[in-house]
Design a protein around this ligand. Structure first.
Ligand code: PMP
Length: 406
């Protein structure tokens, strides 16, 4: 495909050369975590071996260098998602912590009887933090149902708003169905009622061009490890005026102005929300991951993954008793499926023996599983380093497994 030099991309991921059960590895689990190119690994090594000193705490040269690296990543993230200011970019441990930050902090501004709109297709990370809030006060979750094809029922969504609605928390892309939600329209609708929207962007950020200002998102959360980056790093984007009125999330070093037993003041944004020593090595390396994606072009990645998805789906549909969950017109590179009534674990274990790594289970989306009346699925997901040849191996493996299970 034009714009994608797949051999060059693959050459940057040494892990692709390994085998599983003596078979060449076919990794189709990038929705859980993506592989990491050598440039990111090299940067981690470089920081550890040349300038590992704590950030924002020292006047000495190493600390300054480490701080500059961290802040350069913040600027890189700002530009990547087109935020208006680095004050709106908060480093977290990942999407989960970013959402917990909003639920703990913004949640303290809510009152008994207030309502939050979520959807049936949310990951547990965008359900449980809101339920935890409800254990401290009476917060009601209103749930947008899904249609047969795995799209959101937007008419039902519109009907859920009332004067008690205080937040909409919705994923940009479903980690199970692959549905790309019409997030701009969802946000526009909420804003008519002056309700802010938190977008769980974990499955979108490395597959779709995200422009937080164009979307008019109030909060946007994502994880570096799903975007070719290191583990333990994530981002919460938040509009400045909202972050300003929110109380701190955690207390400790870095997040303060002055501390006294009588009165403590807090640091300016974004540091108000960054208590303690961050994973500054990971944050520094995260910049390399973003640059890796930019070197290919996120639109090129999206188009390429879309080709892989279309090819895989067409081939899968030829397999008898194939049940694909999620057939939305706008889908990202995720296919969830079952074959007949075979258990997802059996399918996943047998595929593994053939070198094909797929995810099985409820994918941290049990309410969605309940809505689909299933316990779990097998999920194949694609990234920029996957190939049509790998899809052929996957399809051949599926046919073999299907025949084995009868
Ligand atoms: N939301 C969605 C849609 C996800 O797919 C995931 C990761 N599986 C998360 C949230 C949580 O991300 P993390 O574990 O990196 O915090």
């Amino acid at each position: 495909m034009e714009g994608i030099d797949i051999a060059h991309i693959r050459s940057q991921f040494p892990i692709l050369n390994r085998t599983v059960w003596n078979k060449p590895l076919v990794y189709l689990d990038s929705a859980a975590t993506s592989f990491t190119p050598q440039c990111v690994v090299d940067e981690i090594t470089r920081v550890y071996t040349t300038c590992k000193a704590n950030v924002h705490r020292g006047v000495h040269s190493l600390s300054q260098e480490a701080t500059d690296l961290q802040e350069a990543t913040r600027e890189c993230v700002r530009e990547f998602i087109n935020a208006s200011s680095t004050q709106e970019i908060i480093f977290t441990r990942g999407t989960t912590e970013a959402i917990n930050l909003v639920s703990s902090s913004y949640g303290r501004l809510l009152e008994n009887g207030d309502e939050i709109i979520v959807t049936t297709m949310e990951h547990h990370a965008n359900i449980v933090p809101w339920q935890l809030l409800g254990s401290r006060k009476r917060i009601i979750l209103r749930v947008v149902p899904i249609k047969k094809d795995g799209t959101l029922d937007l008419e039902a969504y519109q009907s859920l708003f009332n004067e008690r609605t205080k937040l909409v928390a919705v994923c940009h892309v479903s980690n199970v169905l692959g549905t790309v939600n019409p997030i701009k329209d969802i946000i526009k609708e909420a804003h008519q009622y002056n309700v802010p929207v938190l977008v769980d962007g974990a499955q979108a950020i490395s597959h779709i061009k995200v422009d937080v200002q164009d979307l008019d998102a109030d909060f946007y959360a994502f994880s570096a490890h799903k975007m070719y980056g290191p583990t333990g790093v994530g981002v919460l984007y938040g509009k400045k005026h909202l972050l300003k009125m929110m109380p701190p999330y955690q207390g400790g070093g870095e997040m303060i102005g002055t501390v006294d037993f009588k009165k403590t003041t807090y640091a300016e944004l974004p540091f108000k929300f960054e208590a303690g020593t961050p994973d500054f090595v990971g944050i520094a390396a995260f910049k390399k991951a973003i640059e890796f994606m930019q070197s290919i072009g996120i639109e090129n990645i999206a188009a390429y993954e879309h080709e892989l998805l279309a090819y895989a789906t067409a081939e899968m549909e030829k397999i008898p008793n194939m049940r694909i969950f999620g057939t939305a017109p706008q889908k990202s590179g995720v296919v969830s499926f079952l074959i007949g009534n075979e258990h997802h674990y059996d399918l996943g274990m047998l595929l593994d023996k053939l070198g094909v790594e797929v995810r099985t289970g409820h994918h941290c989306a049990q309410p969605l599983m309940h809505a689909l009346s299933i316990e779990g699925t097998v999920r194949a997901s694609f990234a920029a380093y996957n190939t049509r040849e790998e899809i052929d191996v996957f399809i051949a493996a599926l046919k073999r497994v299907s025949a084995m299970l009868g």
